[in-house]
Design a protein around this ligand. Structure first.
Ligand code: NAP
Length: 559
């Protein structure tokens, strides 16, 4: 019975390298990998060994017989990636390609020492790649008191499968040579030059923390926000705990229809009792329990065939939520379906063609996919009351009332102090991860990037594995070629230096205490109950770091 890859595929390609018969594609070295929505198992070539199941960091692979009913569409989806061969083995079957680890040749000035800024997937995959070499040291600096970036603060709380990748990251953090400095902001507590004085290289994996802003009248008015702010709010990011999310109206409009829009729409229409079993932030759950929202409209400026959400996410959405279309959009879906040739687009449109009718009475909070709506302005004076759209390409306008208007038009990278920045692409200019000065075209010594700040905000968690590997290969080559200056301070000086700048630095022990306390607060009813203030987390970490009290002092305190 062949194995099947399902919705939470993170595309990190670990399964590809584990597979002994090369039946998982596209592989990271094949064309199409960078843009693939997921990876697919060839049901004809699969030998059912289960090696991919153990390798997958997010538990996305199961034998066909072990699938839940809502995962069954993935059987066909995996098979459809491969040409029909009447059961014959594909002629291309061979052993899986091996990704060579970068070879670091030791130099007299001490082992290669790298600072990684950020602790999300790109940072952790880069650390993993560097630590394949004995003796290499990696110091990871993270602004928040908690690690793993968007896995904690971005992945939706109802996608706990995807969050399983943190197990992989925990094992990377446990590798010899790995040190964690949480609650330390590079650019505020420490500068780029100071980091470089303590390391051979600094690798930025800081993601794209800002949103792309929609430049229409009324954006920024009360009752408007960005979808990514709402994501940070429901995931308990300390900087967004007090975001005013007003769900007292009966409709929310989300502008843009990428996967982030789908995540937000799903959470805003989910049954609160179901969310209560996830790690959603308590403040968000309380607001969702009082929500009066009956409909979330996801408004796209183009037609159904150009939808930005991926097929796996659409399958997941339609199997768990009520999703509807207006009759006019239903017609658009059928027209696009008749013209579509690309199999992925056809599959999306086929699913959409079977969606319910938006003119039916609303029985439970639902999601409406709406098309050809180009936002013109936010309605309302004091606060948003809706959106006026141009009906794309017609010269007509239409209005949708809404109590909350969210834009979901993508993330945006922000400049890093001390490094060049490409304002148009919102990335740090680079060649394969080596930061490059756009004026001279020369590499900026000791400076590297990986993840969204390198390539822009696209792809999935695992896309960062090959992205980070490319950067690390270049970094190792530069070190081997003697292009990286030795640090001017001893390795042992770093800890004192960081603590001097940020006394509330949290180390791996502090993070383990925060993690354990959150899990304990979940009381077995939910994966964890997150802390949402920096002060709470600092206190838990400090208590874990404090030397144990003497018995006599403890007894004196008890009395
Ligand atoms: P996205 O996929 O780039 O979607 C952006 C959306 O904004 C598109 O629908 C785009 O429409 C629209 N848009 C852009 N400018 C606009 C404008 N001026 N007016 C109206 N609409 C506009 O971005 P995202 O949803 O933020 O996702 C970012 C990345 O994270 C993606 O790679 C996504 O797959 C990934 N992600 C994955 C998951 C998951 O796998 N579960 C979850 C979340 C995010 P046009 O197409 O017309 O430009």
């Amino acid at each position: 019975m062949p194995h099947v890859i399902t919705q939470s595929c993170c595309s990190d390609g670990s399964c590809v390298y584990a597979c002994p018969v090369n039946c998982i594609h596209p592989t990271p070295d094949e064309p199409g990998f960078a843009t693939a929505e997921m990876l697919y198992i060839d049901p004809v070539a699969c030998v059912d060994c289960g090696a991919c199941v153990s390798a997958c960091p997010v538990g996305a692979i199961a034998p066909e017989t072990g699938l839940a009913p809502d995962q069954l569409p993935f059987v066909e989806l995996n098979a459809a990636f491969y040409p029909k061969r009447d059961g014959k083995l594909p002629p291309t079957s061979k052993l899986a390609p091996v990704l060579e680890a970068p070879e670091v040749r030791r130099r007299p000035g001490g082992p290669l020492t790298v600072a990684i800024v950020g602790s999300g997937p790109a940072a952790m995959y880069a650390a993993d790649e560097l630590l394949t070499q004995q003796g290499v040291r990696v110091n990871v600096f993270e602004k928040l008191p908690t690690p793993y970036g968007l896995v904690r603060a971005g992945v939706a709380p109802d996608h706990q499968h995807t969050k399983r990748v943190t197990k992989l990251f925990e094992s990377i953090s446990g590798l010899p040579g790995f040190t964690l400095y949480l609650n330390v902001e590079v650019g505020a507590d420490l500068t780029h030059d100071e980091l470089l004085a303590h390391h051979h290289a600094v690798l930025y994996a800081v993601g794209a923390p800002d949103d792309r802003r929609l430049d229409i009248d009324g954006i920024g008015r009360p009752g408007t926000a960005t979808a990514t702010e709402v994501v940070a709010w429901y995931n308990g990011h300390p900087e967004f705990a007090h975001l005013p999310v007003d769900l007292s109206g009966d409709r929310v409009v989300i502008i843009g229809n990428g996967n982030v829009a789908l995540d937000v729409a799903r959470i805003l229409t989910a049954e609160p009792d179901v969310l209560a079993r996830t790690d959603i932030a308590d403040h968000a759950l309380a607001v969702l329990r009082d929500s009066r929202v009956r409909e979330v409209v996801i408004a796209a400026r183009r037609g159904p065939a150009a939808s930005s959400f991926t097929l796996p996410e659409l399958i997941g959405l339609t199997s768990t939520c009520e999703v509807v279309l207006d009759p006019a959009d239903h017609e658009r879906v059928l027209t696009d379906l008749a013209a579509a040739t690309d199999p992925l687009t056809r599959s999306k449109l086929e699913i959409m063609s079977k969606l319910g009718d938006a003119t039916a009475p609303v029985t439970r909070p639902r999601i409406r996919l709406a098309y050809r709506l180009t936002p013109r302005r936010v309605l309302g004076e004091e606060r948003a009351t809706g959106v006026q759209f141009d009906v794309t390409g017609t010269g007509e306008t239409c209005e949708l009332t809404a109590g909350l208007v969210l834009t979901s038009i993508g993330y945006r990278g922000k400049p890093i102090r001390g490094l060049p920045f490409d304002e148009a692409a919102a990335v740090v200019p680079n060649a394969g991860g080596r930061v490059v000065d756009p004026e001279t075209g020369e590499p900026v010594r000791g400076s590297y990037v990986a993840g969204w700040i390198k390539r822009g905000p696209t792809g999935f968690i695992g896309t960062n594995k090959s992205c980070a590997a490319e950067t690390v290969h270049h970094l190792a080559a530069d070190y081997n070629a003697g292009l990286l200056a030795d640090p001017s301070h001893k390795a042992s000086a770093l800890d004192r230096f960081v603590r001097g700048r940020q006394p509330a630095v949290i180390d791996a022990c502090g993070w383990r205490a925060i993690d354990a306390a959150e899990v304990a607060r979940g009381a077995g009813l939910r994966p964890r109950d997150k802390f949402t203030t920096v002060a709470e987390m600092e206190n838990v970490a400090a208590a874990a770091a404090a030397p144990p009290m003497s018995k006599r002092l403890l007894e004196a305190l008890r009395r």
